[in-house]
Design a protein around this ligand. Structure first.
Ligand code: XLS
Ligand code: MG
Length: 347
């Protein structure tokens, strides 16, 4: 394979610049003003924004006020030269989604979720974004007996279809996560999510966003999960970050825990042409709670820098030599070739 000439484009969401609040303590630094966050994108070398519906406009506003607010945000983005890469309904904070959104046991609450999901597609249309992400945060249970899991899956597919039907131009990207906030999710892995894409009314418009930490939390390798989705032509966005073992979702700087795992992720994306159809490299990372307000954006530029440095390493690996070592089954030597590359040694 020839080295690709992909010019990568990078994105993140406004939630990635945060106050450091966690389940055990309140904000550790002030909230950054929204307009300041949007200004930060270009300063940090990013190209695109990832939005939840209520990152753009408060949820449940009437439609004319929603349109007005969306137009204001769009104007700021146009002025900054940014595009919106993904739009996603935030279906896990409202009191009506406390028992799940599409899988709630309460029909009125399920309807609220569907209505809000459709409205999110409308916001996407107004702001010029066709990638619609479904992170199914509360679609699962704390105890298995609370719901029928089979019905839960069917309800997720129905909701997915309702979104596809509502807007014939968007494509829906499922984002799997095995646990947190729920004890166990109904669609815990990329494989589950991929199976569901084929059960929708329009598989060609149904794909995935893969987050590194979510694969790791499922005990899987992000690079393999991404390869699987790439094989299916369904990897339409990524959330790169890192994760220290099977704990709570940490959203650490890309490559900060396991450099080789990050290298393999970049390898798989690069070797398979990710980004050549407009896909962006999303970085879903969080600053440490100890970080000061002034330094609370470094984790983003650092993650991007890590991706680009690993890309240099990937592009620097002698492919012919790799092929030869593969052919001769000299995996010990192949391993050292990669370790040397990671440590800045030619061979
Ligand atoms: C959670 C996700 C979430 C989605 C969008 O890990 O990053 O924010 O990507 O809803
Ligand atoms: Mg994510």
């Amino acid at each position: 394979m020839k080295p690709s000439q992909t010019t990568y484009r990078f994105s993140f969401g406004p939630w990635n610049i945060s106050t450091g609040a966690d389940p055990f303590g309140p904000a550790a630094r002030p909230e950054m003003e929204y307009a300041r966050k949007l200004k930060a994108y270009k300063e940090l070398g990013f190209d695109a924004v990832q939005f939840h519906d209520d990152d753009v406009v408060p949820a449940d506003l009437d439609w004319p006020s929603t349109q007005k607010r969306v137009a204001e945000v769009k104007k700021i983005l146009d002025g900054e030269g940014l595009f919106v890469e993904i739009i996603a309904p935030r279906l896990w904070e409202d009191p009506r989604t406390v028992d799940g959104a599409f899988t709630s046991n309460n029909p009125a609450d399920r309807q609220y979720a569907i209505d809000r999901a459709k409205r999110t597609a409308d916001i996407g249309r107004e702001i010029g974004c066709k990638n619609y992400v479904l992170w199914l945060a509360r679609e699962g249970t704390y105890i298995r007996e609370a719901k029928c899991a089979k019905t839960g899956v069917a309800r997720i597919v129905d909701a997915w279809n309702a979104i596809l039907e509502h807007d014939s131009e968007i494509r829906v990207l499922g984002e799997a996560k095995p646990n947190e906030p729920m004890d166990q999710a109904y669609l815990p892995t990329v494989g589950h999510m991929m199976a569901v894409t084929y059960k929708t009314i329009d598989p060609a418009r149904s794909g995935v966003l893969i987050e590194s930490a979510h694969s790791i939390l499922a005990g899987l390798d992000p690079a393999d999960d991404m390869a699987f989705a790439l094989y299916h032509g369904k990897l339409w966005s990524v959330h790169l970050n890192d994760q220290n073992g099977l704990k709570y979702d940490q959203d650490k700087v890309f490559g900060s825990v396991d450099l080789r795992r990050a290298f393999n992720t970049v390898w798989v994306l690069e070797k398979n042409g990710y980004g050549q159809n407009g896909e962006a490299v999303g970085l879903d990372v969080k600053a440490m709670r100890t970080t000061s307000f002034e330094e609370s954006m470094f984790h983003l530029s650092h993650s991007k820098a890590m991706f680009l440095r690993l890309l240099d390493v990937v592009r620097g690996v002698d492919e012919a030599r790799v092929e030869e070592l593969r052919k001769n089954r000299q995996y010990e030597q192949l391993e050292m070739l990669i370790l040397n590359a990671l440590m800045g040694k030619a061979s």
